[in-house]
Write a protein that binds this ligand. Structure first.
Ligand SMILES: [Zn+2]
Length: 925
């Protein structure tokens, strides 16, 4: 053991040469290190060696762990070393470890930053030198100053940089099946707090390391339960079974696509970020072998600072070369995730002039050691000079060794050049402001007085929570693009987050149609919300007089005093209309089917009419409260309007989910919850029980599965049933639904029940790829669902759609003939010519011009294809959306198509059938 220590020590001395270049590790410290070696944990070294499946899968940075008299190691608290086979740690135990560490070490501090949907604490752990921890607030303040250089001279900035330290933030456990990082980070924290090697000292002195122990705490516990229930006995890759139906409450893997920070845990981290300004945020993921380190490959978002594209490969190449030097195979860069979409969680750093970093290491979706075969990413390439093996026995400890060695190398690099990191952070912040003064567009205006201001408020507030400054014009604005009234919202680009504002508001021009990308290509917020946003190339916008907006609240108003007949609430397309209906569910309400005027106010079709005489209820007060709080427009009426109207009955709604594909369902559930629309979440168990019509009027089937067959047959059955149930031992399972057997799908029995439901007068609404289901299984007999060709490629662009049946209740609140929609890769629907004119409610215009933002390759393929079809079947109907009208809390401009369908479920009428001589003639004979 002694010999090994000596070799290690010699290696460590070699590694410090880089540090010595910048003269950070003082000669004194090195001498002290040599004279009195720190006591090491022999049990750790022995265990780790045993759990590491080949000698080359470990590095001299992590093959040892100091013994401390005062500070508890992970084993002392958890009972085992990190990377022990068959051991995963529950979230409460992880947090408990960090708290014990902080209680005993003056180099560790834990901050609570929020709580999850299920009430678990969100925390950030800081590890640094005693001096740094003692003065954390000062260091935080320095970074805050560098983040907004408007108040700094160059001289002041240089002084701050000379005193400041970068915060390097590391995050694990965003994806719950990627189980290794939350384990590894505990060991990393202990090592950083206790080890006295020159590298660790240098890191501790020069960098403040902060840690998100598990970015999805609810999902962590659910997955660990699942692992102990089903996966702990898995011996081989062939045996492995998927994870639980849920991680967190709603959105599963998409917690890394939450571009508008809709989920509470993601939002808590953003709030923390904007208080602490870590220049680097590093996500730890698991997927490809053995370690991929993100270098920001093309397509790259050109609005981000070019410095960033120099920094990213700098870090990843350093890690790769270090780890190759240690003899670790399979570390590579470049060819995986790209730099196009700004919606990944850690991207909050890049978006705010810092840097997103990311690893993918090789995980076994648990802590079992097993043989793994690797098909991809094993060739030698210029970015993969020492490729991973095609076959390998892989363990949790291997995974721990790789990611910890990687992170320590990244920290070594950062601590060797801390001032460069700070300079770059400062320079990027400054460049963002300068670019806003130099390059058009110079700003964006969101005009006041839009018909529906609630979606404007959503847009403004979504910018505000990301730290973007929004002002309200104190006088009329006159620029080349036109005149905008007082009260209009102005986003000037000459601000620290001016680049981010541009990224979110501009049209996404995808640079090369031959490139593929990892996520969406379009997200332009004005198009997604259907709110008007004007890009301003006139530089004088920078001088517009404004007052800052903190948070925009739209107060609704009821005009005309106390009504004698009814109140009218205008449907201008606010998503709050459905909230209003449910807040006033005990009141009778009608929807007008044609527009009418009351005074100067126009009440378009779909506006609510709520009579005042309703069995002694204080309608006046209820309306005033609800309308004002929801930002709506209402008027008192002395007579009922002459327009035809129908009653808005409150439907009984179910949302259908397969067990195998809950994510997109989760986004819909989240939106319905936010807009206060109650529903039952149902699965195959309820469907197979039958008689759906006695319980429900409307069943929503969100985008899921990808095909009708997958919706019907879902997860492939195993030899034994797989239960998702809550038990005494596994309390985190059986949440958001329970099943004794999640595999097998609803089967044809379920299809028959859906058919009965529709025939008996129910409304089935299918969204996105769920619209394959009614077409492929004959629920809508004459509708075919096809697919685009292999030349077609459309990763989430925003395109134009044309409303064909403007009188249909689905389009209440929509005033224009064309609307921007997010393309959802739903079915290419085809319906017989005889039904087309009546049943196709909206179609894709198709062609190059119809692509409003992002990439669609071969857009001619969807020209004039139905985007929404209303198909009457028996006594009921199916409304098929080829679009996804409720996508990731993004396309608020489309939500109402879903909400309107629900609210008007039993009053949907199609135009009269035109007499068709041929068909009628044939039928008569
Ligand atoms: Zn991941």
């Amino acid at each position: 053991m002694l010999a090994i220590h000596l070799i290690r020590k010699r290696l460590l001395m070699v590694f410090t040469t880089l540090a010595l270049l910048v003269a950070v590790a003082s000669a004194q410290q090195t001498a002290a290190q040599q004279t009195k070696p720190q006591e090491m944990d022999e049990d750790f070294a022995r265990s780790v060696k045993e759990w590491t499946t080949k000698p080359e899968f470990i590095s001299p940075l992590v093959d040892h762990l100091p013994k401390s008299q005062s500070v508890p190691s992970p084993k002392e608290i958890l009972g085992h070393h990190i990377g022990a086979p068959g051991k995963l740690t529950y979230y409460a135990d992880i947090i408990n470890y960090y708290r014990q560490l902080a209680a005993k070490s003056p180099r560790v501090k834990v901050f609570t930053i929020g709580s999850t949907d299920e009430g678990r604490q969100c925390v950030v752990v800081a590890v640094a030198s005693e001096e740094s921890i003692k003065n954390l607030d000062q260091y935080r303040a320095y970074l805050g100053q560098l983040a907004d250089p408007r108040k700094l001279s160059e001289q002041q900035a240089r002084e701050i940089i000379s005193k400041a330290k970068p915060i390097y933030h590391v995050m694990g456990g965003l994806h719950s099946s990627e189980t290794g990082p939350p384990e590894m980070l505990m060991e990393l924290a202990y090592r950083l707090a206790t080890e006295d090697s020159p590298i660790i000292k240098q890191i501790r002195d020069n960098v403040i390391v902060t840690i998100t122990p598990a970015a999805e705490p609810d999902g962590r516990d659910r997955y660990v339960d699942w692992y102990y229930r089903y996966k702990i006995d898995e011996k081989s890759e062939e045996e492995t079974f998927g994870g639980p139906p849920y991680w967190g409450k709603y959105i599963f893997h998409d917690n890394n696509r939450d571009i508008n920070y809709s989920q509470v845990t993601m939002r808590a981290l953003l709030d923390w970020y904007l208080q602490w300004h870590p220049p680097i945020m590093h996500e730890l993921h698991e997927s490809v072998p053995f370690m991929y380190t993100f270098s920001g490959q093309a397509p790259q978002n050109p609005t981000l600072d070019p410095i960033l594209y120099g920094e990213l490969p700098l870090f990843s190449n350093f890690e790769m070369s270090q780890m190759i030097k240690y003899g670790m195979p399979g570390v590579w860069t470049h060819a995986f995730v790209d730099m196009w979409s700004p919606g990944y969680l850690g991207f909050m750093a890049s978006n705010h002039n810092g840097m997103l970093r990311m690893y993918e290491t090789f995980g076994n979706a648990g802590a079992n050691t097993m043989k793994r075969k690797v098909d991809n990413q094993t060739t030698r390439e210029w970015y993969r000079p020492l490729p991973p093996y095609k076959e390998v026995i892989w363990s949790m400890r291997n995974n721990t060794n790789y990611m910890q060695t990687g992170v320590l190398s990244a920290l070594q690099f950062t601590s060797s050049f801390p001032k460069i990191v700070l300079e770059n952070f400062y320079q990027k912040s400054r460049n963002s402001i300068e670019s806003g003064k130099r390059d058009a567009p110079f700003g964006y205006v969101i005009p006041a007085g839009q018909r529906d201001m609630t979606r404007v408020a959503f847009l403004v507030n979504t910018l505000r929570i990301q730290g973007i400054e929004v002002g309200r014009a104190t006088s009329e604005i006159k620029v080349k693009e036109g005149a905008f009234p007082v009260g209009s919202f102005v986003i000037k680009r000459d601000q620290p987050y001016g680049r981010l504002a541009k990224i979110l508001l501009e049209k996404q021009d995808f640079p090369d149609a031959n490139l593929r990308t990892y996520d969406d290509t379009g997200w332009t917020m004005g198009l997604m919300t259907g709110a008007e946003v004007k890009e301003i190339a006139d530089k004088s916008i920078l001088d517009a007089a404004i007052e800052p907006v903190q948070k925009l609240n739209i107060a609704g108003a009821v005009s005309g005093g106390q009504a004698t007949a009814a109140y009218a609430v205008a449907h201008y397309g606010s998503n709050n209309m459905i909230t209003l209906r449910y807040r006033l569910k005990d009141l009778k309400a009608m929807a007008v089917e044609q527009s009418f005027k009351e005074g100067a106010t126009e009440f378009p079709a779909g506006s609510f009419i709520i009579p005042v005489n309703q069995g002694g209820k204080d309608v006046h007060k209820l309306i005033k409260q609800a309308v004002e709080g929801l930002g709506l427009t209402a008027a008192a009426l002395s007579t009922m309007p002459a327009a035809p109207m129908h009653e808005l009955d409150i439907p009984r709604v179910a949302v259908y989910s397969t067990w195998g594909s809950t994510q997109e369902v989760g986004w819909v559930r989240h939106a319905l919850d936010r807009f206060e629309m109650p529903y039952d979440l149902i699965y195959k168990e309820r469907v197979k029980r039958g008689d759906l019509r006695s319980s429900y009027d409307v069943i929503i089937m969100p985008n899921q599965g990808g095909s009708g067959k997958r919706i019907v047959y879902d997860i492939e059955p195993r030899s034994k049933p797989i239960a998702y149930t809550k038990t005494e031992r596994f309390k985190n399972l059986g949440v958001y639904g329970e099943s004794e057997e999640i595999t097998g799908g609803m089967g044809l029995q379920g299809v028959a029940e859906f058919e009965k439901f529709i025939n008996a007068g129910g409304l089935l609404i299918t969204m996105g790829t769920a619209s394959f289901f009614p077409a492929e299984f004959g629920l809508t007999r004459s509708i075919e669902a096809g697919r685009t060709s292999s030349q077609f490629y459309a990763p989430g662009p925003i395109i134009e759609a044309e409303i064909l049946q403007s009188g249909h209740p689905i389009f209440y609140g929509y005033s224009k003939k064309t609307v921007p929609v997010r393309y959802a890769n739903g079915p290419l629907l085809q319906i017989p010519e005889r039904d087309r004119a009546r049943q196709v409610l909206m179609q894709f215009t198709g062609g190059e011009k119809s692509v409003l933002s992002g990439l669609m390759r071969n857009p001619a393929e969807i020209r004039n294809r139905p985007a929404i079809v209303d198909a009457p079947v028996g006594n009921g109907r199916v409304i098929l959306f080829a679009t996804n009208p409720c996508y990731r809390w993004q396309n608020h401009g489309e939500f109402n198509m879903l909400f309107n369908a629900v609210m008007n479920y039993n009053d949907i009428k199609l135009p009269e059938k035109k007499p068709d001589a041929t068909a009628n003639g044939e039928a008569k004979q």
